[in-house]
Design a protein around this ligand. Structure first.
Ligand code: BES
Ligand code: MN
Ligand code: ZN
Length: 497
C-alpha cells in the first residue's frame, strides 16, 4: 500500500482542495463552531437552524465550493462525557476517510485547540493522534490481487493530509502515528496474504526485508539448524508439509537500552488441522494463523523506526500444519526442545507445540525481563471473548496491569482469564509428560497452562488473539480479514515499559 503523507502546519497553505472543520456542543446542546472562518460558520449556523446539521457526535456535513474551497467537511466531535473519547475520535477519523479520499490534498483545521480540547475532554495532542490513526487505518486497502483502475484501487486513495495546529508536538505526533499505522498495515498485509504465497520460507524472506528497511537485525534458522536445536514441536508440526520450517529471530537493540522484552509470535502460515483435519466450512480463514507473527514483525518495525529505548527480540516459529503422507498422527509422542515429552492427542492443537519450543529457546537464549507471546491459539477463546478482546493469561501481575492499560489506550483490548493450577490436570498424559489437549472445558486456559510449562517460571504473558486478529466484516477503521491487531497494543506497551 502506498502510504499517505501527513504533515503539520500552523496555517493553511496554498491548496484549497478539501478542508475539515470541527464542531462541538455545549451543555444545552447548542452547536459550537470551532474554527475562525466566518463564512463557513454562517453557512453551518443556517444548516443547524434548518435541522440539516445536528453537530452530534460523529455527525458530518459536506459542503461544496465555499469560502474559496472546493469542498468543506464539517464534523461533530465526541462529547466530553464519552466513555472512550480516543476511540470516538478514531472512529470520526475513519468516517472522514471516504469523504476526503478523492481530494488531492486535505487540511484538517485544529487551530482552535482550547475549544476543541474542551469539547471532547482530551488534550489536542490526543485529538491529533486519534484522528490521524482513524484516517490512516481506514484508508488501508489490500488490493494487490485486484485488477488496476478499479474504484477502490485508483480514484479513492488518500494522498496528502495536513493538520493545521499550533501544537509544538504536532509534527512529531503525526510522524509517530504514521509509523505505527504503517506497522499495522504491514501486519494486515501479512495476514491477508494467502497461503499459496506466504509460507514459512517466504515469511522469513519478508521478515529479512522488513528488518533491512527499518533497521532491526533478522536471523533465520533453516530446518537443519532447527533439528540441531532439538525443536521437536516445530519439526513434528512441519512433517506433513512440503515446505520446510523456519525459526525467524528479529532483534531491535538500541544503544543504552537496559531492559529486554521477548515477543514470540505464532507463525502458522496455514492450519488445516493436520490429520485431525478441520471441517471445510470456513477453513480459508486459517491463513490468519500467523497473525501473532505479523504482530511481532509489525511491532519490531515500529520499535526500530521510532528507536524505542528498549531491547525488543522477536522469535517466530514458522510452518504450516498440513496432511502430507509424512504428517504426525494422533497418539504420536514427541520431545520438545526443553526435554518435555508430549502426547499429540490432536494434531490441530499445533500452535502450542511450536510455541513451546520458541518460548524455551527465546527465554534461555535471550534472558528477557518479560516475554509476551501472541497467538491465534484457540477457538475456545473466541467462544469466551468474541472478537473485541484478546485473552490475557499471565504469571505476572505488573505485565497484566500494563497490558490492560495499553489495551484501553489503543482500543486493542485484552481481558484476563485465570491460570489456576487445577486446570493443568486436564493435560495429564498416560504415556508422556503432558498431552497437547485438555478436553472441551476451558480450552483457552488449558492451552496457556501447556505453554506455561516452557517458560521456566519467568515473567510471561500470553495473548490469545484468535478473535480480534481476523474479522468477517469491516468495523469502523478495521477492515474485513486481517486487522493488524497487536501492533498498536505492543507499541503502546513498549513505550511505557
Ligand atoms: N489456529 C487454531 C485456532 C483458531 C481458531 C484460530 C479460530 C483462529 C480462529 C488452533 O490451531 C486450533 O486449531 N485450536 C484448536 C485446539 C483444540 C484442538 C484443542 C481449537 O481451538 O479447536
Ligand atoms: Mn490448529
Ligand atoms: Zn492453529
Amino acid at each position: 500500500m502506498e502510504f499517505p503523507e501527513l504533515t503539520a502546519s500552523r496555517g493553511p497553505g496554498g491548496a484549497k482542495d478539501c478542508l475539515v472543520v470541527f464542531t462541538g456542543r455545549d451543555r444545552r446542546g447548542e452547536v459550537l463552531f470551532h474554527a475562525d472562518r466566518p463564512a463557513v460558520e454562517a453557512k453551518v449556523r443556517s444548516l443547524v437552524k434548518s435541522g440539516e446539521y445536528t453537530g452530534k457526535e460523529n455527525a458530518t456535513l459536506v459542503l461544496h465550493q465555499l469560502d474559496g474551497w472546493e469542498k468543506i467537511i464539517v464534523a461533530g466531535l465526541p462529547e466530553n462525557k464519552a466513555a472512550f473519547p480516543g476511540e470516538t475520535l478514531r472512529r470520526l477519523g475513519a468516517q472522514l476517510a471516504p469523504l476526503v479520499e478523492r481530494s488531492p490534498a486535505v487540511a484538517l483545521d485544529l487551530l482552535a485547540a482550547p475549544e476543541i480540547s474542551k469539547s471532547c475532554g482530551v488534550p489536542i495532542e490526543t485529538c491529533l493522534r486519534c484522528l490521524a490513526e482513524g484516517l490512516l487505518l481506514k484508508a488501508y486497502r489490500f488490493n494487490k490481487y485486484k485488477k488496476a483502475k478499479s474504484d477502490d484501487n485508483e480514484r479513492r486513495r488518500l494522498k496528502r493530509v495536513s493538520f493545521l495546529s499550533a501544537s509544538g508536538k504536532a509534527a512529531q505526533i503525526l510522524a509517530e502515528t504514521a509509523t505505527i499505522c504503517e506497522g499495522t498495515a504491514l501486519a494486515r498485509d501479512l495476514v491477508n496474504e494467502p497461503s499459496n504465497v506466504l509460507n514459512a520460507v517466504t515469511l522469513a524472506a519478508r521478515a529479512k526485508a522488513l528488518g533491512l528497511e527499518s533497521g532491526f537485525k533478522v536471523t533465520v534458522f533453516d530446518k537443519k539448524k532447527i533439528e540441531q536445536l532439538g525443536m521437536g514441536g516445530l519439526l513434528a508440526v512441519n512433517r506433513g508439509s512440503a515446505v520446510p520450517p523456519r525459526l525467524i529471530i528479529g532483534e531491535h537493540r538500541p544503544k543504552g537500552a537496559r531492559k529486554t522484552v521477548l515477543l514470540v509470535g505464532k507463525g502458522l502460515t496455514f492450519d488445516t488441522g493436520g490429520v485431525s483435519i478441520k471441517p471445510a466450512a470456513g477453513m480459508g480463514e486459517m491463513k490468519c494463523d500467523m497473525a501473532g507473527s505479523a504482530a511481532v514483525l509489525g511491532a519490531l518495525f515500529v520499535a526500530a523506526r521510532l528507536k524505542l529505548p528498549v531491547n525488543v527480540i522477536g522469535v517466530i516459529p514458522a510452518t504450516d500444519n498440513k496432511t502430507g503422507s509424512n504428517a504426525q498422527n494422533p497418539g504420536d509422542i514427541i520431545t520438545l526442545m526443553n526435554g518435555t515429552t508430549v502426547e499429540v492427542d490432536n494434531t490441530d492443537a499445533e500452535g502450542r507445540l511450536v510455541l513451546g519450543d520458541a518460548l524455551h529457546y527465546g527465554i534461555t537464549r535471550f534472558e528477557p525481563d518479560l516475554t509476551i507471546d501472541l497467538a491465534t491459539l484457540t477457538g475456545a477463546c473466541v467462544v469466551a471473548l468474541g472478537q473485541w478482546a484478546a485473552g490475557l493469561l499471565t504469571n505476572d501481575e505488573a505485565a497484566k496491569a500494563a497490558l490492560m492499560r495499553a489495551g484501553d489506550a489503543t482500543h486493542e483490548r485484552v481481558w484476563p482469564l485465570p491460570m489456576y493450577d487445577e486446570y493443568a490436570e486436564q493435560l495429564k498424559s498416560h504415556p508422556a509428560d503432558v498431552k497437547n489437549v485438555g478436553g472441551r472445558a476451558a480450552g483457552a486456559i488449558t492451552a496457556a497452562k501447556f505453554l506455561e510449562k516452557f517458560v521456566s517460571g519467568k515473567p510471561w504473558a500470553h495473548l490469545d488473539i484468535a478473535g480480534p486478529a481476523f474479522l468477517d466484516g469491516p468495523s469502523h477503521y478495521l477492515p474485513k480479514e486481517g486487522t493488524g491487531y497487536g501492533v498498536r497494543l505492543l507499541t503502546e506497551f513498549l513505550k511505557a515499559f
